[in-house]
Design a protein around this ligand. Structure first.
Ligand SMILES: [Zn+2]
Ligand SMILES: [Zn+2]
Length: 195
């Protein structure tokens, strides 16, 4: 924002000279060129000066930009009806995950008319080779982790640990599949349930 030129005393002590740097007139940050200093403290979207407290963007410009990115993501995804998806979903409306479309609907997270399907990753994986590498970093050269006391027991215990935690699930939004929720969806089912 409005670059200001920097000057310094000449090395010979006579007068001043311009330094080949420029300072931002707002935040005082020093840039290599006047052009960079002019760009400082301007919105990355509209290039207009930022308000005090804004970081990189005007909040409204950033919101608009994110909305455009989201609209494009939705457009590029394969649309399916709610009946075709029973798994977990992600709602971009409130950045929340739900067990199924119904739960998202109940929470008002489908008001935008869509949610994304989620992929499910089950279990916890610990690789013995990774552990060996970690241990061998602490051993003398040529020494193998598999010769350490209790290596076999550790391997067995880890195997059991993974089996016992195989129920754990992690959901990730799958932005390639969007569940399009027709207007009025959800109410029908609710009515049916009441009858
Ligand atoms: Zn600045
Ligand atoms: Zn802006």
């Amino acid at each position: 924002m409005k670059a200001q030129t920097l000057y310094r005393d000449r090395p010979n002590g006579i007068g001043i000279e311009q330094i080949k740097h420029a300072v931002c007139g707002i935040c005082g940050r020093i840039w290599n060129t006047e052009k960079d200093a002019e760009k400082c403290c301007r919105c990355l979207v509209c290039q207009e000066p930022l308000e005090r407290g804004d970081i990189s963007y005007h909040p409204a410009c950033r919101r608009k930009q994110l909305a455009e990115i989201e609209a494009k993501r939705r457009l590029n995804a394969r649309g399916i009806p709610p009946e075709h998806w029973t798994g977990p979903v992600f709602s971009p409306q409130n950045d929340e995950y739900y067990e199924n479309v119904r739960d998202a609907w109940d929470d008002g997270a489908t008001d935008d008319g869509y949610v994304y399907a989620c992929t499910i990753k089950r279990g916890i994986k610990i690789d013995m080779e990774d552990i060996a590498a970690l241990l061998e970093d602490q051993l003398a050269d040529e020494e193998s982790a598999s010769n350490l006391n209790g290596w076999r027991e550790l391997k067995l215990a880890l195997g059991q640990f993974m089996v016992r935690n195989s129920i754990h699930e992690v959901w990730h939004q799958d932005c390639d599949v969007v569940i399009e929720i027709p207007a009025g969806w959800g109410f029908d089912e609710e009515d049916e349930g009441d009858e």
